[in-house]
Write a protein that binds this ligand. Structure first.
Ligand code: ADP
Ligand code: MG
Length: 613
């Protein structure tokens, strides 16, 4: 459990820290292709820890519901008495009865309001906690889950955590706010009916089994249809998530109408799935209304009993009142059952995101290195992205001395970025090891390792927020140190354009840094690495997409960034490569050292394809 303050209230969020407990549920094949197996537990079992954590508002809501039902059950005999009093024109008794009825009604209104308020509070808090838990677990998943083409798309994940978590809130509220209070009202009214007239009650009971059976069957159908509808909307969300970040590319290729056709086909699939779902949703409450046939049966039966003169007016009115009050909760239970069935796929899909087996696991006795000199030894490293896939790195050896700058060149797809991912332990190697200052990275705490190893990549990732927040990203929670931010920006040649912005360091950064040029984004990324001040720095094609002026500024920034640390520079530009003390060519998963002169003489031919002079 983690204590969090939500909406001014202290809440305990059940967070399962040790993924190995839950990962026992995941099969080993799931670990390979990063897909989760379908959730095995029932939806209610999955929800139960969250419901338990909200026991206070749930209990308060149900107490209010009991008060409301109690006041309603008092209506039944009172209605009978009132009708008798009216029949004998006993005005005093009518007045008294009306007063009590007014008080009961007021109690019911207040109790109903409080019941709804408490139970919605519980339902929304449950959904909030589930959302936070699922997001936390998704962030912990291996990089492979996000990168593998056959996994779940980011748009689908976003849809589950937003829209489907909302469905979960609706389901929980139906469960708490409708099923339980309606069941209470239902039992109270049935009890009243039995007290008033057992024979008439038996006749009404005849229709209930048939109704329950039909509703049960339809509920299962609704569950399947809801799952289909959720999947189609998730595909729509995944598509949108892809198309808007690529809008420049879409426009440049005149592909707006093509994309519109693709969207239309996905949206029409979604439309038919949703239509099916809605049709089933409206059908179930209609089936529940079979109950009204029961009323007809009872009316027929009462006419026989009344004609025989064995039923007085007061009993008849009381019985009919309880019968009428029974119809509402039965309909409500039908509706809530609907909600529950359509919410089940959402609950399954959300929790399925949390069931996985990590390949990158931190050892319990992993060490925390306070400081690092920066010696890196790569020893017999082999790696492939999956079973049956060609090896990307093949028994690779490399020794980088502390403080040394090494350049890595090679054809695109040669495995340069893969080596970087392994250095950051974002994937596990098939065999071999990587040592930092003599310590295998498998024995270093993951956060500690990624603090000492800094990365500036080709796509310098910026987030929505301010410039200062982007540079001091590492300290976002603990508080960004503005002096360090300014120093980093100055060293990275970024302060010249930051100072021209209206709010300077507080200027907003658009989604993915869209309001800055490539060179500016790159300098901000370098400033971020300077802020982090890692002992080992990796530059993965950090200057590949720049114009010459930007490149000069960025190269100056990089030179300052590279001082006093171990640097692995992956580059396309000859000038950048020549800044290194040693140069290696990576090809077919193997390394080969190159001399500076070989590079300058252009002796490498196609091997160093992509190298720009
Ligand atoms: P480089 O950085 O040298 O251009 P990469 O290390 O990115 O090359 O890629 C090496 C090879 O691994 C390429 O053939 C690429 O297609 C493949 N690859 C890269 N990432 C993945 C991934 N997440 N899943 C499967 N294959 C991948
Ligand atoms: Mg690469």
């Amino acid at each position: 459990h983690q204590n969090l303050k939500i909406l001014g209230r202290k809440c305990k969020i059940p967070i399962i820290k040790n993924c190995r407990i839950r990962s026992a549920l995941a099969t080993s094949s799931a670990a390979c292709n990063h897909r989760s197996p379908p959730i095995k537990t029932s939806s209610l079992t999955a929800l139960s820890p969250y419901l338990q954590s909200e026991w206070r508002p749930i209990l308060s809501g149900w107490l209010c519901s009991a008060v409301s039902v109690y006041s309603l059950s008092k209506f039944v005999p009172l209605a009978g008495q009132l009708s008798s009093s009216i029949a004998v024109s006993n005005l005093e008794s009518v007045r008294k009865g009306a007063l009590v009825l007014g008080v009961l009604l007021s109690i019911r209104i207040v109790a109903n309001y409080l019941q709804q308020a408490f139970l919605w509070d519980a339902a929304l808090n449950c959904a909030y906690k589930i959302r936070v838990y699922v997001f936390d677990r998704v962030l912990q998943r291996d990089l492979g889950f996000f990168e593998s083409g056959n996994g779940i798309s980011p748009g689908d994940v976003a849809y589950r955590i937003t829209a489907e978590a909302e469905d979960v809130a609706d389901t929980v509220q139906s469960l708490l706010n409708i099923i339980v209070p309606s069941a209470l009202q239902l039992s109270a009214m049935v009890a009243q009916m039995l007290i008033v007239s057992p024979q008439l009650s038996l006749i009404s009971a005849l229709v209930i089994p048939a109704m329950a059976l039909t509703v049960g069957c339809l509920g299962e159908k609704l569950r399947a249809i809801s799952k289909e509808a959720n999947l189609s909307t998730a595909s729509l969300a995944a598509y949108l998530n892809e198309v808007f970040p690529s809008i420049l590319f879409v426009k440049a290729n005149n592909a707006e109408s093509n994309e519109c056709i693709r969207f239309k086909s996905l949206a029409s699939a979604d439309l038919s799935a949703r239509l099916k779902k809605k049709q089933m949703k409206v059908l179930i409450p209609q089936i529940v209304q079979i109950m009204f046939f029961g009323v007809l049966l009872i009316l027929g039966a009462t006419s026989i009993v009344v004609s025989k003169g064995s039923l007085n007016c007061s009993v008849l009115v009381s019985f009919m009142t309880s019968l009428v009050l029974l119809i509402d909760p039965i309909q409500d239970v039908g509706k809530a059952y609907n909600e529950l069935k359509q919410g089940e796929p959402a609950i399954e899909r959300l929790f399925n995101l949390t069931l996985f087996k990590s390949q990158v696991i931190e050892k319990p006795d992993a060490v925390n290195l306070a400081s690092v000199m920066g010696e890196v030894i790569v020893c017999g490293l082999s790696f492939s992205y999956g079973d049956g896939m060609a090896p990307v790195l093949n028994n690779l050896d490399l020794h980088i001395k502390a403080g040394e700058t090494i350049a890595l060149v090679g054809p695109s797809g040669g495995g340069k970025t893969t080596l970087v991912k392994l250095l950051l332990r974002l994937y596990e190697p098939l065999s071999g090891s990587i040592l930092i200052d003599g310590c295998d990275i498998q024995n270093i705490q993951l956060q500690n390792l990624r603090r000492h190893v800094g990365l500036v990549s080709q796509d310098s990732v910026l987030f929505s927020g301010t410039i200062a927040e982007n540079i001091g990203y590492r300290d976002l929670l603990s508080g960004v140190d503005m002096d360090r931010v300014r120093f980093a920006a100055e060293t990275a040649n970024a302060d010249e354009f930051i100072k021209c912005l209206p709010n300077q360091y507080e200027a907003p950064v658009g989604p993915r840094g869209s309001n800055f040029s490539g060179g500016q984004r790159q300098r901000l990324a370098i400033a971020r690495a300077l802020y982090q001040n890692p002992s080992i720095l990796i530059l993965d094609e950090a200057t590949s997409a720049l114009d010459s002026r930007s490149e000069l500024l960025v190269r100056q920034a990089l030179q300052r960034l590279m001082q006093n640390r171990t640097v692995l520079v992956i580059a396309h530009r000859q000038e950048t490569v020549l800044m290194a003390e040693r140069i290696f060519l990576i090809n077919d998963g193997k390394l080969q050292q190159l001399s500076h002169s070989a590079l300058l003489d252009g002796q490498l031919g196609s091997l160093a394809a992509g190298l720009v002079v």
